[in-house]
Design a protein around this ligand. Structure first.
Ligand SMILES: CC(C)(COP(=O)(O)OP(=O)(O)OC[C@H]1O[C@@H](n2cnc3c(N)ncnc32)[C@H](O)[C@@H]1OP(=O)(O)O)[C@@H](O)C(=O)NCCC(=O)NCCS
Length: 161
């Protein structure tokens, strides 16, 4: 993609735009309260990908992730449906992994619906690999979740005896 894209952290003023994408991207979307809560937890980050369009920055995609000890956990990623297959999901995920790398994370993990080919293929292209399955994981329709892991290549440091 050649258009100008910027990545930045979400603030409270971005809630309406994020919710607009969240509601159309998922069959069982997060509530406004759930997203709002992420802005208050110190271990949580929401990254936005915005595109410069006719002189103003438009939200195209976002990711929500936690940093806990040496692990990153990706909870939510979505691209505006009218902007898909332009490389924007990949860009926001690359920025997400970069934050994990900067925090010296060992791995990044996520769950994805078994039938979600678009997301699974994107994660695979980024270097995630499927490591397991959680049967009937999603409460609304009991679809299985595939557990995927990205390895940052940082080996845990263990003191020699
Ligand atoms: C998954 C999602 C975020 C991908 O966003 P996107 O901006 O369209 O992704 P990109 O354009 O960056 O695609 C990156 C790569 O992912 C893969 N991919 C993306 N969409 C795909 C599709 N529909 N079918 C197969 N592969 C796909 C491809 O490998 C693609 O690279 P390519 O275009 O060079 O072939 C988007 O489809 C989405 O918002 N889905 C609904 C929400 C969701 O399911 N989120 C994930 C929850 S775990």
């Amino acid at each position: 993609m050649s258009a100008e894209l910027r990545i930045r952290r979400m603030g409270h003023e971005d809630l309406p735009a994020v919710m607009e994408i969240e509601r159309v991207a998922f069959s069982n979307p997060w509530s406004t309260e759930m997203v709002k809560k992420e802005l208050t937890q110190e271990w949580s980050t929401v990254l936005l990908a915005e595109e410069l369009t006719a002189g103003s920055w438009q939200l195209r995609a976002f990711s929500i992730f936690w940093l806990v000890h040496d692990e990153q956990h990706v909870l939510n990623v979505a691209t505006d449906p009218s902007q898909r297959r332009r490389g924007i999901g990949r860009r926001v995920m690359e920025a997400t992994l970069e934050v994990g790398r900067q925090h010296h994370c060992r791995i990044s993990t996520l769950e994805v619906r078994r039938g979600n080919t678009a997301a699974t293929e994107m994660y695979r292209a980024l270097g995630f690999r499927a490591v397991g399955m959680r049967p009937n994981y999603y409460a609304d329709d009991r679809e299985d979740a595939v557990v995927m892991v990205y390895d940052f290549g940082n080996v845990a440091v263990v003191d020699a005896p």
